[in-house]
Design a protein around this ligand. Structure first.
Ligand code: SAM
Length: 257
């Protein structure tokens, strides 16, 4: 397929990396090894894909944009790509066998739903390295009690340890986004995920709790958690949701289940 790439589509979060220093730093953080089972979300024009393919024997990519997906085989090493054209949020990661390393410069508008989806696959994941909006990385890595600690923090923290690696300014992308970005690494806990009981109940109470962030737990979780359950879990019903650790959220959910 000859010719220039189509213009970047804002609706698909297409801010393409072009700074070689930033690209090598991200690839060094991923540290690919030839036999890794890796899935890159949103390969776009290949800024990360090509250097990853220099090392990997095979790379799975999930790209929504049909035109960009159609051009991927022409990248250097593109014959070793397994291309999945479609929405990464709906992608069935079980079609890729093995322990997964998931990476990508994520389209920012799908980052939260995609992370919630990937959390469901935590048992199959080796690690994940993502570029995200800096504010989202601050939420993922937040400590209980901080203003950025919330639903995303808790839903990921039960399965993964997270670490911010470095920040990236808007100038590293074309077109430049309005926001700053950060690289984050997520690694499943060595001793397994926290036991949250029924995942649906866990999801429901965490969502309800943080929807009413400024309410006490007693009010925010009215109808879901009663006084006895709070007492059995040694949780003050007058506390705010952001002061409750992932371990305590898991304990509440187990008790309800
Ligand atoms: N990896 C490239 C880079 O670093 O230059 C592109 C990154 S760009 C921020 C995000 C990429 O994700 C784009 O290629 C975009 O088309 C793709 N994308 C957007 N929404 C998607 C979705 N729902 N599922 C899969 N890919 C998506």
């Amino acid at each position: 397929m000859a010719g220039a790439y189509p213009p970047a589509r804002k609706s698909l979060g297409q801010n393409f990396l072009h700074d070689p220093g930033v690209i090598s730093r991200i690839v060094a953080s991923i540290a690919p090894a030839p036999d890794d089972v890796m899935v890159e979300i949103g390969p776009g024009r290949g800024a990360l894909t090509v250097p990853l393919l220099k090392v990997l024997n095979q790379l799975h990519v999930v790209e929504y944009d049909r035109e960009l997906a159609a051009r991927l085989p022409q990248l250097e090493g593109g014959e070793r790509l397994e291309i999945h054209q479609g929405d990464a949020v709906q992608f069935d990661f079980d079609v890729v066998p093995g322990r997964l390393r998931v990476v990508g410069n994520l389209p920012y508008q799908i980052s939260s739903p995609l992370l919630f989806r990937l959390a469901q696959y935590h048992e199959r994941i080796e690690d994940m390295v993502f570029m995200l909006q800096k504010e989202v990385v601050d939420r993922i890595t937040a400590a209980p009690g901080s203003g950025t600690y919330g639903r995303l923090t808790v839903m990921l923290a039960v399965s993964f340890a997270s670490k911010k690696l470095f920040d990236v300014g808007p100038g590293a992308f074309k077109p430049a986004p309005k926001v700053h970005s950060s690289i984050v690494r997520l690694i499943p806990h060595a001793d397994g995920s926290l036991d949250t009981g029924d995942p649906k109940i866990f999801e429901q109470i965490v969502r309800a709790g943080f929807t009413a962030r400024r309410k006490t737990l007693r009010n925010g979780l009215k109808g879901l958690v009663d006084a006895e359950t709070f007492a059995a879990c040694d949780i003050d019903p007058g506390a705010r949701p952001e002061t409750i650790s992932p371990q305590q959220w898991a304990a509440l959910s187990r008790r309800l289940g």
